[in-house]
Design a protein around this ligand. Structure first.
Ligand SMILES: [Zn+2]
Length: 341
């Protein structure tokens, strides 16, 4: 089989499921940790690799929150956002919907307007400097409950930054039922935001149904357990509800035991629109290019198949039609030139 890594590395891509703080590379985390020496997070990149080894999903959340705790000032927010965009540009990511959890920062004392200004400033600078178009998904940290939900909806609707396109829900699913968040999703949807909750990552297909029926989900974060319910898979396929699949994340958090047991092939076979994403890439020792390589192996794809996956992400994005057409055409031009070499 051909080595697809060089093709994937140059392929123009869009990413739809990637977390702001979870994208902090060891270099950025080490820099933030050094600035905040009272934190438990190691301040050197080597020790961070060890620190980012998780025993289960609960442990992952615990470690993740210690990194969240390093984002304390608007300058921390700006630095993180801009550097994340730099890493995206290196991978030829042209467009990303970055999941931001403003509640985590405002609760830690970052002034809310200063937070919005910091992400917007970084977004504009990143587009000018790297050519990466960023949009925001504001998500509710599920573990923080309804107070966080109300606050996230308020920040999204009342302070709505220019780049905000969607509203999400992350964190643990066990013990955090989706339907209770309905009023906050209703508020966000009424304000014109799109609904993209995580569901079916660590619990069964009922959680995905709940996200569809109670939260108006237009895309599903992970949706891994959808394959346990053929009726659900058929529904997702028929209604063109994309899944944001993050293969390595599912292994790192033990949501799936082994990569060869990942159900991505069943999703594709059922006709579901599957997109490939990296979730919290440095924490999971991956990046988007690697996720495409993993997906290509699991789905037994060639270059055209990989390009089709990349186009799925563009199609499933909340980019305007002209923006979508531009990236699709870049993907086609690149693929044709590559195959004609
Ligand atoms: Zn996620």
């Amino acid at each position: 089989m051909t080595d697809l890594h060089p093709f994937i590395a140059g392929l123009p891509k869009a990413e739809l499921h990637v977390h702001h703080v979870g994208s902090a590379s060891p270099r950025i985390v080490a820099e933030l940790a050094a600035n905040h020496p009272d934190s438990k997070v190691p301040a050197d990149a080597e020790a961070l690799a060890e620190y980012f080894t998780f025993t289960d999903f609960a442990h992952f959340i615990e470690v993740y929150l210690t990194v969240v705790d390093l984002i304390r000032t608007p300058e921390d927010v700006r630095l993180l956002t801009f550097e994340v965009a730099r890493d995206m540009a290196r991978q030829n990511i042209r467009y990303a919907e970055l999941t931001v959890t403003p509640f985590s920062s405002t609760r830690r004392g970052v002034e809310e307007k200063a937070f919005m200004a910091a992400i917007e400033d970084a977004r504009k600078a990143a587009e000018a400097e790297f050519g990466v178009v960023l949009r925001w998904c504001f998500d509710i940290p599920g573990e923080a409950g309804l107070e966080a939900a109300a606050e996230t909806a308020r920040l999204a609707v009342d302070l709505r930054p220019e780049g905000l396109v969607s509203f999400g829900l992350g964190g643990p699913e066990i013990g955090v039922p989706r339907p209770q968040f309905k009023p906050y999703f209703d508020r966000a949807i009424a304000a014109g935001l799109r609904s993209v909750p995580h569901a079916g990552e660590t619990t069964g297909p009922q959680t995905v149904w709940d996200a569809l029926n109670h939260l108006g989900a237009e895309r599903i974060g992970h949706g891994t357990s959808s394959v346990q319910d053929p009726e659900l898979l058929a529904y997702l396929a028929e209604h063109r509800i994309p899944l944001e699949v993050c293969p390595t994340s599912n292994i790192a958090t033990r949501a799936v035991a082994r990569i060869d047991e990942h159900p991505i092939k069943e999703m594709v076979s059922a006709g579901v629109l599957v997109t490939i994403n990296s979730d919290d890439p440095p924490m999971f020792g991956t990046d988007l290019n690697n996720e495409y390589a993993v997906a290509a192996r699991l789905l037994e794809l060639d270059e055209r198949g990989v390009a089709a996956l990349a186009k799925n992400a563009v199609e499933a994005s909340f980019l305007d039609p002209a923006g979508k057409a531009r990236i699709v055409s870049e993907i086609d031009t690149y693929t044709t030139a590559w195959l004609a070499r």
